[in-house]
Design a protein around this ligand. Structure first.
Ligand SMILES: [Zn+2]
Length: 477
């Protein structure tokens, strides 16, 4: 059985205030052709100016991916004609990418310490094209294309991996990890559905001739296209046919890849240095400064969280969700225990949020409040069941947890005298069941516990109740 060899080229839309080479504001979903100027419309005589934040974001990603940041870099013109590219070329980087020779580490859920390094060949900067919207007018029986130049000149990074991935699942895991890094750095939304991440994949069998599938815009499409392409190439080889070097497209509706143009080589683009932009000389001190200000990255975060005793899957989930991880750390800062916090945050909190279709930020729950809730359970003020009821209300109410415990009557009864009284009442009221218990029907213990819970409105301390119930049932015997 041949093995697939997979490499990914990911286009990342940066989240800067303005575009790559002009001051036009960036805004997803703005009215078409309202965020434009002479530069991004490619009017004659306009000159590009490089966005410093975009450059710094690229350096940050390069460092996060353990890349070498080149002290001397340059922009090139990549020449090709397309209606959404009014200049007739795209400003990109060619033989001098800003960052190169790095790696990304994939986590493996089953064993916390095991991982796989995927090589990063290069990270370079370029600009996005305008957006073509294709349609058809039934009345006039013609097809048409509309162009929205809001996207023209939006800063893009291209992240090119080495062909180190060996399955569609690994390709998926790579994308998830890359997105987590981008979100942790705060340089891109990483939303595939908004086009902030777009993926081209190349796949070959046993490092033979590769085919490329362009413009995949969901995690599902990446996985499905790779699965299909692997199967297709295997079948060709079985029939004794060669795999062709070509660019293919993914047909989402039919679930197949279809041949596109044969693949262009670099010389087809007639790359030459962009004369309107100075070469980049990157100050080493600036790179060091960016390095020092990098936040805790997913890889390091996973290790730290696992060392706190979290299950690897919990550590991975938190490392892939920077907002959740910050919330978690906030609760720990005010003394919440790590395991219980992870348990509640990833379990009950997510369950309630999911059911209500809300995100954590939309609720009044804060890390301090969650820590208080856990303290109330730990101190036996409320039961863990009471805690769940309390949490439900805390996700909509702004009142402090202690006050809600009063208002909802959730305080746990841990007074042994009171519990014993309820137990004795329950036994007296059910002589038949207590007789059966004495004859060995131990399952009836749960029946009596239920009776007491009813009397206490669910607030009797369960451990205490269990102990006293056993004592009293034995005593009656
Ligand atoms: Zn502009």
């Amino acid at each position: 059985m041949p093995k697939p060899t997979i490499g990914l080229e990911v286009h990342v839309q940066l989240r800067t205030d303005s575009k790559m080479f002009c001051a036009c504001p960036m805004e997803f979903g703005a009215e078409p052709n309202t965020r434009v100027c002479p530069v991004c419309l490619a009017l004659p005589g306009s000159l590009p100016v490089l966005n410093r934040v975009a450059l710094e974001s690229t350096i940050a990603l390069g460092l996060a991916l353990h890349c070498h940041i080149t002290p001397f870099s340059q922009f090139h013109r990549k020449n090709y004609f397309y209606p959404d590219l009014p200049k007739g070329y795209q400003i990109s980087q060619y033989d001098l990418p800003l960052a190169s020779d790095g790696y990304l580490t994939l986590p493996k859920e089953s064993i916390a310490a095991s991982f796989k390094k995927v090589g990063i060949i290069r990270v370079h900067m370029e600009e996005d094209t305008a957006k073509s919207i294709h349609g058809a007018s039934l009345a006039h029986n013609v097809g048409y294309a509309l162009l929205d130049f809001n996207r023209s000149g939006v800063p893009l990074l291209e992240v090119v991996s080495a062909p180190d991935l060996e399955s569609p699942e690994e390709a998926s895991a790579y994308l998830v990890e890359l997105r987590a890094i981008l979100r942790t750095l705060g340089i891109s939304s990483g939303n595939m559905e908004e086009g902030a991440l777009r993926c081209d994949v190349n796949i070959s069998l046993d490092r033979g001739t590769r085919a490329e599938v362009k413009n995949l815009n969901s995690f599902r499409a990446v996985r499905k296209a790779l699965e299909y392409e692997f199967q297709r190439q295997c079948e060709r080889v079985e029939r004794g046919e060669a795999v062709l070097l070509e660019t293919r497209h993914w047909d989402e509706a039919k679930g197949v890849t279809i041949p596109g143009r044969s693949k262009e080589e670099a010389e087809d683009y007639r790359y030459f240095p962009e004369p309107d932009l100075l070469p980049l000389e990157i100050d080493v001190r600036w790179v060091e400064q960016v390095h020092r200000s990098l936040p805790e990255l997913p890889e390091g975060r996973r290790e730290r969280l696992a060392s706190l005793g979290l299950h690897p899957s919990e550590a991975i989930t938190l490392a892939h969700n920077p907002e959740l991880a910050c919330f978690f750390d906030g609760a720990l800062e005010v003394g919440a225990p790590p395991k219980e916090t992870a348990n509640w945050l990833l379990g009950e909190v997510q369950r309630i949020l999911h059911a209500g279709g809300k995100s954590l930020e939309e609720t009044p729950l804060t890390p301090v409040r969650l820590a208080e809730l856990l303290r109330l359970i730990q101190q036996g003020v409320i039961s863990s069941k009471g805690g769940k009821a309390l949490l439900e209300v805390m996700l909509t109410s702004d009142r402090p947890p202690a006050e809600l415990v009063e208002a909802l009557g959730l305080a746990q009864v841990s007074d042994p005298v009171q519990i014993r009284l309820w137990v004795q009442e329950a036994i007296a009221a059910n002589p038949k069941q207590s007789e059966q218990y004495r004859q060995g029907k131990e399952a009836l213990l749960a029946f009596f516990a239920g009776q007491v819970m009813k009397k206490s409105f669910g607030n009797a301390n369960p451990e205490l109740l269990d102990r006293i119930l056993k004592e009293e049932l034995q005593a009656t015997a």
